[in-house]
Structures are given as C-alpha cells and as structure tokens.
Design a binder for this molecule. Structure first.
Ligand code: SIN
Length: 522
C-alpha cells in the first residue's frame, strides 16, 4: 500500500509541472507512468517548441490567434490565462530554474513561427524542443525528496468514495477521489495508491488511430478513468490531425514539424504545383494557415490526384542550415533515403492532438472532488475547435503549475479527510491469448482511422460504433476474467475512449475547425 499527498498519473510536461509546484509548496507527490522512462510521452516527442513572447505583440495578439484558430468556440478566460501566465512560467521555470538551452541568435533567443501565428514567438531547441524541456524539468523534479517516480505502472481505476468505500453509509456523501488502483507491470499485481488529491495527466489519444504522431501510450487512459468515475467531459469530437507526417508505404509515420513551414517550406503536389492556393485562396502564405485547413486541403488534393501523399519542400534553404535547424527530421528522413536538403519530403496528415477531454476549470479542477486533470487529457476550453500550434506544451506547464499550487493551498482543508477502507483487488489468473489482443488493437485502430478519421459521415460513425461496441464487450470479458496486463488495461481504456469520441461525433452534425463532417446518405 502507498500513501501520498498527490497521485499524478502521467509524467509529461503537465504531470512534472504539477509535481514541481507541489514540491515547491511542501506537498509530496507520487508520479506513475505506463512507460519505462520519461521518453514515453507526447511531450518528449514535441518538435516545434513552446510559445514565449513575440518581439512586437503581447497577450492580446496571442489571444486573438488562439481564438481565430479555435473558430471562436474557445473559453476566452482560458486563452487569456495562457497568454498572461505563459511568459511568466516559461521564464521562471524553464529559463531560470531548468535553464533549458533554447536556440539563440547572437543577441537573444531565436523565436520561430508556426501556422496561424501572427508573429514569431516560439522558443525551440532545434526540432527536439519537447525532449530538451522534459529532460530539464525531469532533472528539477528528481532533485526533490518530495517526489517519487514509479514507472511501468498503469492506472486501472480511480478510487471513488461513492463506489469503493466499504462503509456504505458514506457512499451517500458527495463523492470524492482518493487515489487509484494501479497495475505494477513487472510484478503483475494490482495495488491501491491512496492520495488526498489525484491528477490525471495522461496525455492524448493518438494510439486510437492507425497513423498518428503520438507516443505508443497515448491511448486515452485518463479519459476512460475519468469517465468511469463520473467526470464531466467536453468537446470530445475535436480531434486534430497534423497536416504533415512522413509518408512511407511501410515505415512508421513520424511528425514533420510545422516549424518547417514556419521557416519557409512549401507544399507541393505530385506534379510539383503549389496546390494550397487553390484550396485556401484567402491566405497570402497558405502553408501558414491553421492546421485544420491545411490538413483538409491536403486530404482533398490526395483524393483528387489519387496520389498517396503530397510533398513538403525545404530544399531551397541552405543545406547546412536545414540540417542544424531540423536535425531530427533530417536524420529520420535520411534513414528512409529522403535527403531534405535536396528533395521534397513525402507527407500526409495523421492524428495528432485531442482538443477535447475532461472538463476542467482554470485551475485544472474536474467536476469531481479531489480529482484534477491537466495537459492534453483535460479540456480547459483553450483550444476551442482547433488548437493553435505550440500551445500544448505551454498549456501543460501553466495548468500543471496552477493545479499543483491549488492543491498545496487546499491541503489544510484536506487534512481532516479520512482514508476510506476498501475491498482488496480481486486478481484473476487465466492468461488472454495474445492473438486476441493484437487483432483487437488492430480492429480498434483501423476502425477509428477509416470510419472516424479526418472526415466523418453519419454512416461511418454508425458502423464504427457497432464494431467497437461489440469489441468492447469482448475486451471487458477478458478484463473481468483474466490476469491483467498493461496491454489489456490500455486496450479497455482505448476502446472506452473511442466509443466516447464516436458518441460526441454522432451528437454534433456541424463541421467546425478540426472536426469535419460530410453529408452522405450511405
Ligand atoms: C509541430 O511541431 O508541428 C507540432 C507542434 C504542435 O503540435 O504544437
């Protein structure tokens, strides 16, 4: 049994920022993550960078860009909070404390630009910004004796007084979260972690789709945990597709950062034409339009030409500059025999970011007591119908810090909280045939990709729901009757989350931002 002030589920930028804020305020935390180390997170893989501040514009201009990209359905106070607190936390945590070595010009930090930004305002470290930021934060957090890391540990269910308290008379009180049942992957055992407060910081949902830019553990764990506990959810239909991931008939897709377009890369079709002008006539530089529009235009061009991909070209820039500015993209493309300094990169859109999630307020508080959600798993309303590039790391940093500070402030009130007694976990022993798990994952991912991908229709959503409801029944039987594994727990979380997304899509017939509907009878 483990007891902690704060249980943090997830070790990306949002989870680490929350742990740091808790530790700064004398509060202990335990961070659990499914992966074996810090590299298994979407934050680590982020290429573009983190918004800081532009040379001319201030918070008002940033808010305007966020609202424009988000099609105006954003929660304005959330955009304002990001724009106002953002530069302060970047400065105090990333620049002064973690001393992240962002790229510089001779006189200052080098600021880059991405799609839908009205000016250059993004700090970056080559095209491996997430890695640099996370490594710096990880070191800070590990120095604190108040933070415990437990990797290869998967959250199975949240502990809720309304469900788990053995004293049934207390179940009628307002429910609160008091930790989670977690699965130790090495020991193969489930045990409880009791916590006064629990933070969901599990990241995104890319693994629900065949092709995506995310880490392999981005499978909607937090959303499924929150939904089962009774959390209010919001905007689940808004799944953002990144316009440019590396296309190869057999190799795994990887992100080709929007920063390439920010630095002048252009999109071409198979005939070498700059086709975006045809689809996005209102934009002077259509490559810098919001990513929902660019992804849609690429999709249309691919359908029209029947080519499997389009091309992103930065070969007009000096070769040495391109290698230095985009070392990750350069290396990884070259590994597949594409030299970005000499030829265009084959690209195609893939699932990238979930703009919806568990509803939270400006401090990361969910609708349930003592349960918080920060980072991609949360829906603060910041992104509206489409996320502005490079806001995600900043959102994780700002909301993680806010939640940690709020929890520290509330700890006096939490002192009287009694820890409920619970029934021990009942473990099963039968092993699931791995062939089922493999096929079930494939069915889930291909169904979401083909029927609930970039473009949705009623008929596709209906079909997907039928397939996944049936799939869920089978998976849940395994979950009830077999020995658990990270893969099985993750598959159950992922299928739950996929069904929630389908339900949200079915309820919303209106295309907006990254959510694209098409009218078709069948
Ligand atoms: C990118 O580098 O294109 C991704 C950055 C982001 O999604 O904010």
């Amino acid at each position: 049994m483990t007891e902690t002030d704060t249980l943090i589920i997830g070790s990306g930028i949002a989870g680490l920022s929350a742990a740091l804020a808790c530790a700064d305020n004398g509060i202990s935390s335990t961070i659990i993550s499914c992966g074996s180390d810090a590299t298994v997170s979407n934050s680590w893989q982020a290429q573009g960078g983190i918004i800081y501040k532009g040379a001319t514009g201030g918070p008002d201009e940033l808010v305007e860009d966020i609202l424009k990209a988000g099609c105006g359905i954003n929660h304005v106070p959330a955009a304002r909070q990001l724009a106002e607190l953002g530069p302060r936390v970047v400065e105090s945590i990333l620049l002064k404390r973690a001393r992240i070595d962002f790229d510089r010009t001779p006189s200052d930090y080098h600021l880059t630009r991405e799609g839908a930004h009205s000016e250059a305002r993004i700090l970056h470290k080559g095209d491996q910004s997430g890695e640099a930021i996370l490594a710096g934060l990880d070191t800070l957090v590990r120095h604190s004796p108040l933070v415990t890391f437990t990797h290869e540990t998967t959250a199975v269910n949240l502990l809720m007084t309304s469900y788990h308290d053995t004293n049934r008379s207390r179940r009628h009180e307002r429910s609160r979260c008091f930790g989670a049942f977690v699965f130790d992957q090495k020991a193969g055992e489930v045990y409880p972690i009791f916590a006064k407060n629990t933070i969901l910081a599990t990241g995104g949902i890319g693994e629900l789709y065949l092709y995506h830019t995310n880490s392999s553990h981005a499978r909607g764990d937090g959303l499924a945990l929150g939904q089962r506990a009774g959390c209010r959810l919001a905007n689940l239909e808004y799944v953002q597709f990144h316009p440019t991931t590396f296309f190869h008939p057999t190799a795994r897709r990887f992100l080709i950062s929007e920063a390439l377009r920010g630095e002048g890369a252009i999109l071409l079709n198979q005939r070498g034409e700059r086709f975006l002008y045809r689809y996005l006539p209102g934009f002077d530089v259509p490559e810098l339009a919001p990513r929902d529009k660019v992804a849609w235009a690429i999709h249309q061009e691919i359908l029209r030409s029947e080519a499997p991909c389009v091309y992103l070209d930065i070969s007009h820039k000096p070769a040495e500059w391109a290698q230095e500015r985009f070392p990750f993209v350069y290396r990884n493309c070259l590994a597949h025999h594409v030299d970005i300094t000499r030829e265009p990169i084959p690209v195609i859109p893939s699932a990238h970011y979930h703009c919806g999630g568990i509803w939270t307020d400006l401090n990361g508080r969910t609708s349930l007591n003592n349960l918080w959600a920060v980072g991609e798993v949360a829906c603060t309303g910041l992104h509206g119908a489409n996320r502005l590039a490079s806001t995600s790391l900043l959102e994780g940093l700002v909301w993680g810090t806010q939640a940690g500070e709020m929890i520290a402030g509330a700890v006096q009130n939490d002192r009287h909280l009694i820890r409920p007694e619970i029934e021990p976990w009942h473990a099963e022993k039968s092993q699931v045939d791995p062939a089922f798990l493999k096929q079930d994952w494939f069915l889930l991912k291909s169904t979401m990709w083909n029927y609930a991908g970039l473009i949705k229709t009623n008929a596709r959503l209906e079909r997907a729901e039928g397939i996944l409801s049936e799939l869920y029944r089978g998976i849940d039987q395994f979950y009830q009757r077999a020995a658990l594994s990270d893969d099985l727990i993750g598959l159950r979380h992922a299928t739950t989350t996929a069904l929630l997304i389908l339900e949200a899509c079915k309820k919303n017939p209106r295309s907006l931002g990254c959510y694209l509907r098409e009218e078709r009878d069948l």
